[in-house]
Design a protein around this ligand. Structure first.
Ligand code: TYD
Ligand code: MG
Length: 459
């Protein structure tokens, strides 16, 4: 008799192996490979439940081969969430039939953000809020305390995916919120809620349900200690957008950042303030990151970085200090460590700044992460300023990329950056020559630079 075949599947990333091993070679996760009978890989209970619940919706089944141009893309108008910052992160609003995963630490405000969103949406659209973690009374209490319009919000406390699909098929909401995916379970799977197989199956079922019904689904996801989404990696693969709500150094503010978006750019951020009345949008985020002292100390400079589709003014700080050890430290918080090493070499070679016996620390104020090369010029200015102990004029703003040969290169959206900084009251500009402002009002002092050594004269 033929031996019953089985395979070994990584519960984190789905990689398959011939035999068991302790660590998955694909994703590096430990103890995540389990033996499954080969036949059991076929349709799973969760997806079957989703299909059953779907029977009331048209256009569900597979439809054979078509020409792409002949597929009528349902021109789906995006639904505004009622929060401009949230909409921008999602790429311009909620796409019907999409699945959005919202991750974040406990207490980040995921439940608050989604409750506020459904309450706003419910004024025009049917919505369904599924709470698996909090009781109905707790949610009601929160809505009451935040003075939200909750009279049209449909809500249920439920943790079974089958029941959720059935409830949603019956209520036919435009937006379904499931808080959270880690407490959901699919009948017919042995493992406990929160385990990899339960999370994967629950997410797969809800994704299938969303795609076929056109209901936009928000899933709340927990994160692990090191900040990654708890659960299988495929969770992030199967959703359309994955956004993170995080708090930076300042506990009053929350940043919403997109990591994956099938319907828009991923580099957008939205900024909210957590108040006693819930989350409030921050319409002028530059004001937070640029909360500067009256007198500037050496080593501090303001810069304009481009975040998604808008400029953001951020303060950059550098500290250059004699190193007591033979091996000086180079540390950067908020910017790229390797880029710092490169710029130190460029400054040495092309601007005569010798820091080989100095510790160098870089910090971007406000806990924001700057990945743009436009931060090169401000970084060099801050280093020079700290080393020489000469403060930079408080009205100064800088941006620009620096190349290995010491040349200063232009960056994208230079005009918009200059306009934003001018609007915020900056009048002294240190910018690449090719980013020269088109219009210079009399109070504007512009220094156009072509080579990194020209920075020496500006400190
Ligand atoms: P919550 O949405 O429950 O977090 P999550 O679902 O991401 O775990 O947010 C709770 C936190 O937000 C909690 O630490 C208290 C704070 N908070 C306020 O400061 N003001 C408010 O009005 C609310 C509702 C919460
Ligand atoms: Mg919560």
């Amino acid at each position: 008799m033929a031996k019953a075949r089985s395979e070994f599947v990584c519960q984190n990333c789905g990689a398959k192996y011939m035999r068991w091993q302790g660590q998955c070679r694909e994703c590096g996760e430990w103890n995540c490979i389990v033996e499954v009978p080969a036949a059991a890989v076929a349709p799973t209970p969760g997806r079957q439940a989703a299909v059953r619940a779907m029977s009331g919706f048209a256009g569900a089944a597979g439809s054979g081969i078509k020409l792409l141009s002949a597929v009528s893309a349902r021109t789906t108008a995006r639904l505004p969430s009622g929060y401009g910052e949230f909409d921008r992160v999602l790429g311009g609003g909620i796409v019907p039939g999409s699945v959005v995963l919202i991750g974040g630490n406990p207490g980040a405000g995921k439940s608050t953000l989604l409750l506020q969103t459904v309450c706003t949406l419910s004024q025009n659209l049917p919505v369904l809020y599924i709470t698996g973690e909090e009781s109905l009374e707790q949610v009601a209490l929160r809505a009451q305390r935040l003075q939200l319009q909750s009279d049209r919000v449909q809500i249920a406390a439920e943790t079974s995916i089958e029941h959720i699909c059935a409830l949603a098929a019956q209520a036919r909401p435009a937006v379904l919120v499931v808080d959270s995916i880690q407490v959901m379970h699919v009948d017919g799977i042995e493992s406990a809620p929160g385990s990899v197989s339960q999370v994967r199956e629950s997410a797969a079922a809800l994704t299938q349900f969303a795609k076929q019904s056109g209901i936009a689904v928000f899933l709340v996801g927990h994160v692990t200690k090191d900040g990654a989404l708890a659960g299988p990696k495929i969770l992030e693969h199967c959703v359309d957008c994955s956004v993170f709500l995080t708090s930076g150094n300042d506990p009053r503010f929350r940043t919403l950042r997109c990591q994956k978006n099938r319907f828009g750019a991923v580099n957008e951020i939205g900024i909210f303030a957590m108040t006693d009345k819930g989350l409030r949008e921050v319409s002028n985020p530059s004001a937070i990151f640029l909360n500067r002292q009256e007198v500037t100390a050496p080593g501090s400079v303001a810069m304009v970085v481009w975040e998604g589709s808008r400029p953001l003014l951020v303060e950059l700080q550098a500290l250059v200090d004699g190193s007591p050890y033979g091996n000086p430290r180079r540390l950067s918080v908020g910017t790229d460590q390797n880029r710092l090493a490169m710029l130190l070499s460029v400054l040495h070679r092309h601007a005569g700044l010798q820091l080989a016996d100095q510790d160098v620390f870089i910090n971007v104020v406000g806990g924001i992460k700057v990945e743009e090369t436009a931060a090169d010029v401000p970084l060099c200015l801050a280093l020079l300023s700290s080393f020489r102990e000469k403060p930079i004029d408080k009205r100064t703003i800088a941006f620009g990329e620096i190349g290995l040969t010491g040349e200063v290169r232009p960056v994208a959206s230079g005009q918009e950056r200059i306009a934003e900084a001018f609007k915020q009251g900056f009048t002294r500009f240190i910018v690449p020559k090719d980013n020269a402002p088109r219009r210079t009002p009399p109070e504007m002092e512009v220094h156009l630079i072509k080579r990194v050594n020209e920075l020496n004269a500006l400190i």
